[in-house]
Design a binder for this molecule. Structure first.
Ligand code: DC
Length: 225
């Protein structure tokens, strides 16, 4: 039996493709809740770092039940503490990618993500939203851009936050993360078969958001007929 589609916009794609900026604006325009799942992996990464445990199923699975992760007003809280700026560093980029390979972490966060998406009207952004977490999302977008453009965007983002980074190093890290994220065993990064693939390399944010919102509205309208 075919599953009923949900009023969810799933945006997946590699780091720096513009998913967060586009996702936030699309959520605002659609009047939906914005779900930043990358921030959740980063929160687990920070907890792993602070507790000093090894990145291993056995150790990490023990700390997960003690983590209360909450997304509120574009901020992320870990056990009640606002960690929004702490999780946006090159170190956390790599650590989040490492913890995201663990099955216990994917299951733990997957449950949390599904419970938030249950009621629909959500823009869910990450790597496996359209493929694993919300396969029945009515609108799926896979957003990409060249590694060089993505590194440049990340450099700008970091600069705005006062974090100094090296462009060449960022290109290298982005390429490494692409390989790690798309070749891992569980929930690798790939477009869902029914996703619209959108290359943002030569498009400004406004154009990308317009394309995504128009596409989503059309997909959601189809559900009404
Ligand atoms: O989108 P981001 O850069 O904040 O994500 C951080 C890391 O988390 C990224 O390397 C891959 C991982 N991630 C994931 O595996 N699945 C998701 N749904 C979201 C992020």
């Amino acid at each position: 039996m075919k599953k009923e589609k949900k009023i969810i916009l799933a945006i997946d794609g590699p780091a720096g493709a513009g998913k967060s900026s586009a996702g936030k604006l699309a959520a605002k325009r659609l009047g939906f809740t914005y779900l930043d799942t990358g921030a959740m992996y980063r929160a687990v990464a920070l907890a792993v770092k602070e507790s000093g445990v090894e990145i291993d199923e056995e150790y990490v699975s023990k700390i997960l039940p003690h983590l209360d992760i909450e997304l509120k007003d574009d901020k992320i809280f870990l056990n009640g503490v606002d960690i929004s700026s702490k999780i946006r560093t090159p170190e956390m980029d790599l650590l989040a990618s490492s913890v995201s390979r663990l099955k216990c972490v994917r299951e733990f966060l997957g449950r949390l993500q599904r419970s938030i998406g249950e009621k629909g009207k959500v823009v869910a952004e990450g790597r496996d939203m359209g493929t694993v977490i919300f396969p029945d999302a009515a609108a799926k977008v896979f957003l990409t851009a060249t590694p060089e453009v993505r590194a440049y965007r990340r450099l700008k983002q970091l600069k705005e936050k006062g974090v100094v980074a090296d462009y060449d190093e960022l290109v290298k890290q982005i390429k490494e993360r692409d390989i790690a994220d798309s070749t891992r065993d569980i929930a690798p990064l790939k477009p869902a078969s029914d996703a619209m693939v959108l290359d943002s390399t030569d498009k400004d944010l406004n154009t990308v958001v317009n394309i995504i919102v128009d596409f989503s509205k059309k997909q959601f309208e189809k559900l009404e007929h």
